[in-house]
Design a protein. Structure first.
Length: 454
């Protein structure tokens, strides 16, 4: 990294950043009381609030949002007449999944092979630490040249919309000239990337009932309708033979123009087993950034352990549908409901419950803020030009902010590059990426303030 005062300051702060990230990772802040105690999220929220107060933020508050979660807000006033930049991250995390599959404890930040491992290290507790590093570097080198608002969400991973609804009810709170969402990631380590598109998301639970209760499969099997078999048929109907998502009325042939994702690189990043085919058709970029994708993320039925020879009376699944830019998530949800109802066999009783939804997002990568970020990335990543890529994941807040503040520019950066393995076991963050992106964000704030004065 080319020596400069901001970069030198960030480098000197990295041991502190590691210690703070370890404290924050230690909270099992899954925003689902069925998975982790609510007290873990409350403790994480208070940690974030205390960190903001220690940096001189004003009006620090824990916002009680409609979904029962708490988001943390703070304001750091800048020079008179300076633009306002909103920095976003979230402190809630995905569940640990199979704890036995973690090489080190999921909620204990552990350094291994040059990376820091722990749930939320990249997604997105590390994003909050990135914001702190950038601001501290600026304060040590002449001050923060913009007014800064920070919002740290408490239920982003659940997709339950608490912060979106709160922002809609309090539209002045998060108003800003530019918004930096610290919840994306570089295309790969060392390649500076902004995320130009996000797929939206809808999450539904499907329950199929066929019998008043389980029945002996020898006495009744063959005529008694099997609820799990019916559910399997419904789930299978959502995919074509090649694995492409097929939902009647939802276009699945859109193509991606721009940065491409070679098949071999994707296989490596996704850790696809040798001999197993990728699913779908078109380029990988088409499939993960420009097209809908359905995933069955959970099934409730009789477990294998302790299973009895019975015909299942009821079965339930949770389905995630990623919705590409240019499509309306609410309309996609209606199409998904209709598809499920149409493909439920044997007149089985089917009920569908929507449990989350977020709209897709498309950024204007030619705006002044993106120019300021590109210049900042050249400083933080010498010899590299900033790239624009898509991201298959969803950040529902982006569209809410775009609708509330149509003149604001929204940039997406972050620590969730492929090696981070977010949402999986053994999630990790690259400390080098944390350092470089903190430098980039600090220079961006300087560049952006200068551009607004010009």
């Amino acid at each position: 990294m080319t020596a400069n005062p901001i970069a030198e300051t960030v480098a000197s702060l990295m041991p502190r950043a590691k210690a703070e990230l370890a404290e924050l990772v230690a909270f099992e802040s899954v925003a689902d009381p069925a998975v982790a105690p609510r007290s873990e999220c409350e403790a994480a929220a208070n940690w974030v609030a205390d960190a903001l107060r220690a940096e001189g933020f004003q009006d620090v508050a824990l916002l009680d949002t409609p979904d029962g979660s708490q988001s943390v807000y703070g304001l750091l006033p800048g020079p008179e007449g300076a633009p306002t930049v909103l920095l976003y991250a979230h402190y809630d995390v995905q569940p640990k999944l199979d704890e036995a599959a973690w090489v080190s404890p999921p909620f204990e930040l552990t350094e291994r092979d040059g990376r820091w491992y722990g749930r939320g290290a990249a997604d997105c507790k590390g994003g909050f630490i990135m914001h702190l590093l950038a601001l501290r570097a600026l304060k040590a080198n002449g001050g923060v040249p913009v007014s800064v608002k920070v919002i740290v969400e408490g239920s982003e991973e659940q997709g339950t919309g608490g912060l979106e609804r709160y922002a809609e009810a309090h539209p002045d709170l998060l108003a800003a000239d530019t918004i930096v969402i610290g919840d994306a990631g570089n295309f790969r380590v060392g390649l500076p990337t902004v995320t130009a598109t996000l797929r939206g998301m809808t999450m539904v639970r499907v329950t199929i009932d066929t019998l008043a209760g389980n029945l002996h499969s020898g006495q009744f099997g063959g005529a008694a309708p099997d609820a799990l078999a019916a559910l399997i048929r419904v789930l299978d109907s959502l995919r074509a033979e090649d694995g492409s998502t097929v939902i009647e009325g939802l276009d699945g042939d859109t193509t991606w123009e721009g940065l491409q994702y070679p098949d071999a690189d994707f296989r490596t990043d996704a850790k696809v087993l040798d001999g197993v085919d990728l699913i779908g058709n078109g380029t990988v970029a088409d499939r993960i950034w420009a097209r809908p994708a359905v995933t069955v993320i959970g099934i409730d039925c009789s477990p294998v352990a302790g299973a009895t020879p019975s015909v299942p009376a009821s079965a339930r699944a949770q389905i995630s549908l990623r919705v590409p830019p240019g499509k309306d998530a609410a309309e996609a949800t209606k199409l998904l409901f209709a598809h499920i109802e149409k493909h439920t066999p044997w007149n089985a009783r089917v009920s569908i419950e929507q449990v989350g939804q977020g709209q897709p997002f498309l950024a204007d990568v030619h705006s002044p803020a993106y120019t300021a970020m590109a210049d900042a990335m050249r400083v933080a990543y010498p010899g590299q030009e900033m790239q624009a890529a898509g991201m298959g994941g969803s950040i529902p807040l982006c569209n809410t902010l775009a609708e509330l503040y149509p003149s604001a520019e929204i940039l997406l950066i972050g620590l969730s590059e492929p090696d981070a393995q977010i949402h999986a076991v053994n999630e990790s963050v690259s400390p080098e990426e944390l350092e470089r992106l903190s430098v980039a964000e600090a220079h961006f704030l300087v560049n952006y303030a200068r551009s607004r004065r010009a």
